[in-house]
Write a protein of this length. Sequence first.
Length: 147
Amino acid sequence: MSKDKRVIKTEKLITETMMRLLATTSISKITVKKICEQALISKSTFYDHYVDKFDVIDKIVDVYAMQFNCEIQQRFEAVQQKNTFEIFNKIIKDMANQDSDLLILMSLEQDVHRVQDRFHKILYDNAHAFLSKQKMNKVDCKIKPNT
């Protein structure tokens, strides 16, 4: 079931307003009242969509996490063992270069670990799944004594 266009439009307005505020203001100084004033909406409209300002951030992070997960899955599907680390570096650089909002979210003092932990978990889960599917060559690791 898809969301009503008005709901989508309001949520987009709130998230864009939050990102604009975060670009210039510490999260501790942002209030729901300030978000509503900037977005030209009432508090009741805000609370129809979000629990609090942190819920807005959580939803924004959810969108980025979903995009990151899709990107990681696509890259692992195309990866060859010889360029795995290059792929990891490219993924990180591409995501950082693509969106200044993501950089803002990653720099939030209170939420930095939550955002990074979410992305690390996505990367770990996908890397683990990928590597589990790969046929690993077993190397004879017998230690030869020095003679």
